[in-house]
Design a protein around this ligand. Structure first.
Ligand code: PLP
Length: 414
């Protein structure tokens, strides 16, 4: 049962911020206000030290050695997998595949699940607000198999049209692949509802959770999807590591994606037999340090509590929406009632890239551009937006600094 937010202890931000060495940096002589967490979050010392300790004390290749270091490395690596299984409430560590990130996870599913089984006339349903990582692999799969891509529309708030979605699910729909949270708009999709409708019709489902896992508890049993993908670096973990959760029955029925060491049981020139799950999908030496670092990130986030994180971030979102919304000429893009803690916006007469440059001169890091979601930009008729995306270590004072800096930009260029 979800905790009552009003009973949760507030975050001790002074202490928390001390856990992140980079947050005390000065940028161009000003204190850093890091508001680009949607692109990549910062790492707490616990993650940096877990990786460093692994390299200093335990490094060897995993799974293959009888010597002590190899066993220690294997225990740490598999221990991280178990932490992630618990974090996602997956049924078994066999359902946790380490990959490079969300992008690789989705490509793995498109190629291993989709390529051998889709035929011309089959359909894949995505939504208008997807990141390119949840568009392009499916387009490539369509080119390879003759399947067709169907796109569920959004409205002017950035909410996905559920009725249009239902109407799009047909006898040829084989896959529904949807974001949990939009990186460009912040919209939180009611994924349980979307997935249930697909499953009732026997359709396989994938959720792109890249922007969800840092902000809310995600539970594979209640979401009910077949696949769920996320990246370590947005969850305060290392870059180059991510997770594909796959329901065991689905993963078992899929051929390996890449061939090589670790994913085999036996190899002869006549025939190769494949390893058990999840190793069948982990060809070659994995990112051992990355997985261990990601395990440490999960421990760190759990230590703070996702419910407390969500409450603090909801406060930041409300405050930022109010303060930014009061700036003349500033238009917020993405006003869904359920949003994660990010605000995309444009300012009349100022290109987002110019805004980003002026803000950087005052120590404020935001993202400007199309956010790898060009169809969203087309929908709203803008080439780019500025985006401030918040983590639990951000403060109202940083939002005040952002607002002040936007004021300076308007004086200079507006
Ligand atoms: N999906 C969403 C919603 C994202 O925001 C991102 C990254 O911004 C990705 C997928 C791709 O993640 P990665 O580049 O870590 O593979």
């Amino acid at each position: 049962m979800a905790a009552d937010p009003s009973t949760l202890a507030p975050l001790d931000l002074t202490r928390i911020r001390q856990d992140f060495p980079i947050l005390s940096r000065q940028i161009r002589g000003r204190p850093l206000a890091y508001l680009d967490n949607g692109a990549s979050a910062q790492r707490p010392r616990a993650v940096i030290e877990a990786e460093s300790d692994y390299y200093q004390q335990h490094h060897a290749n995993v799974h293959r050695g009888v010597h002590t270091l190899s066993q220690e490395a294997t225990d740490l690596f598999e221990g991280a997998r178990e932490k992630i299984r618990r974090f996602l409430n997956a049924a078994s560590p066999r359902e946790i595949v380490f990959v490079r990130g969300t992008t690789e996870a989705i490509n793995l599913v498109a190629q291993s699940w989709g390529r051998p089984r889709l035929v011309p006339g089959d359909e894949i349903v995505i939504t208008w607000l997807e990141h390119h990582a949840n568009i392009v692999p499916w387009q490539q799969l369509c080119e390879q198999t003759g399947a067709a891509l169907k796109v569920v529309p959004i409205d002017q708030r950035g909410v996905v049209d559920f009725d249009a979605y239902l109407a799009m699910l047909g006898p040829r729909t084989r896959m529904v692949a949807i974001a949990h949270v939009s990186n460009a708009l912040g919209t939180v999709l009611p994924v349980e509802q979307f997935i249930a409708a697909a499953r009732e019709r026997g359709i396989t489902t994938l959720v792109d959770g890249a922007q969800a896992v840092p902000h809310q508890r995600v539970d594979m049993q209640s979401i009910g999807c077949d696949f769920y993908a996320f990246s370590g670096h947005k969850l305060y973990g290392p870059t180059g590591i991510g997770v594909l959760y796959g329901r065991e029955a689905e993963l078992s029925a899929m051929p390996p994606w890449q061939g090589g060491g670790d994913m085999i049981l036996t190899v002869s020139f006549e025939r190769t037999t494949y390893n058990a799950l999840p190793y069948k999908f982990e060809a070659g030496t994995p990112n051992i340090a990355g997985a261990i670092g990601l395990g440490a990130a999960v421990d760190y986030v759990e230590g703070i509590g996702l419910e407390r994180i969500a409450r603090h971030e909801a406060d930041l979102l409300a405050y930022a929406t109010e303060r930014l919304g009061a700036i003349p000429g500033l238009l917020i893009i993405g006003t869904a009632p359920e949003k994660a803690s990010l605000v995309s916006f444009v300012v009349e007469g100022i290109h987002p890239h110019d805004l980003g440059t002026i803000l950087d001169a005052e120590g404020i890091a935001i993202r400007t551009g199309h956010h790898c979601a060009m169809p969203v930009m087309d929908f709203f008729g803008v080439p780019a937006t500025a985006r401030a995306s918040f983590a639990f270590y951000n403060t109202r004072a940083e939002i005040d600094a952002l607002v002040a800096s936007l004021g300076h930009a308007r004086e200079m260029l507006g």
